[in-house]
Design a protein around this ligand. Structure first.
Ligand code: GRF
Length: 216
């Protein structure tokens, strides 16, 4: 089977990258991670990717004089490696519209909230401050606005009175690791297709639904 060639862009821990790498080990899985790029030299995820035998590159944003130059360097490596789809996984740089449009419908991102609510950083603190009863995570197609774009999969996580930002982050992360590989698989197989602002899913039911009703 010809697997879709995928790059993962990280800046830190890389646990979502790990989940994607692990999913790709299955020979039936329709995508393969051929490249990991980190915007930070010390990113923990780089070690894991190297051990998995994946090409790793550091494109350190502090070494470029403009965001355009930084993105051009990333674009060149992606092209060189014949990458077909890009997964952002804890990648802490905002991408210019020119980059996003060059890769239109071919960049995915994961965000730890039920988008379009709670875009941006410190998500779990803001979720708790807002007193919402449910949170979750979203895999979406990247558009030029931050944390914006057609939604591929979401998982819902109920909030309990005991939740702290850290506890919530850990609960949500477990679901992130389920929905990201599922979303990538749907895209690579062509089961999910983007049309305008929406993603249409055909065929098999989504496995990682993650909708849990609260016990009260
Ligand atoms: C995840 O919570 C992801 O949703 C967000 O940043 C975090 C990255 O974690 N965009 P990791 O680097 O994948 O472990």
């Amino acid at each position: 089977m010809k697997k879709m060639r995928v790059a993962v862009l990280i800046s830190g821990r890389g646990s979502n990258m790990e989940a994607l790498i692990e999913a790709c080990r299955d020979k039936e899985y329709p995508a393969g991670i051929v490249l990991v790029i980190s915007s930070r030299p010390g990113a923990k995820g780089l070690e894991y990717a190297k051990r998995a035998g994946i090409r790793t590159e550091v494109v350190n944003h502090t070494e470029f004089e403009s965001r355009d130059a930084f993105e051009e360097a990333i674009h060149t490596i992606l092209k060189e490696t014949k990458v077909e789809l890009v997964c952002l996984a804890g990648f802490m740089r905002v991408l210019n519209p020119s980059f996003v449009n060059r890769w239109r419908d071919r960049i995915l991102n994961i965000h730890p909230s039920l988008l379009p609510a709670f875009k941006g950083l410190h998500t779990h603190e803001r979720v708790l401050d807002a007193g919402v009863r449910f949170t979750g995570c979203t895999v979406h197609i990247v558009r030029p606005e931050m944390d914006d774009g057609p939604i591929i999969i979401q998982a819902v996580v109920p909030i309990t009175p005991k939740d702290t930002p850290g506890a919530l982050a850990a609960k949500v992360l477990e679901f992130e690791h389920k929905i990201y590989p599922e979303a990538l698989s749907m895209m690579a197989q062509g089961r999910a297709r983007v049309s305008g602002n929406l993603v249409y899913v055909k065929g098999k039911k989504i496995k990682a639904k993650g909708l849990i009703n609260p016990p009260f």
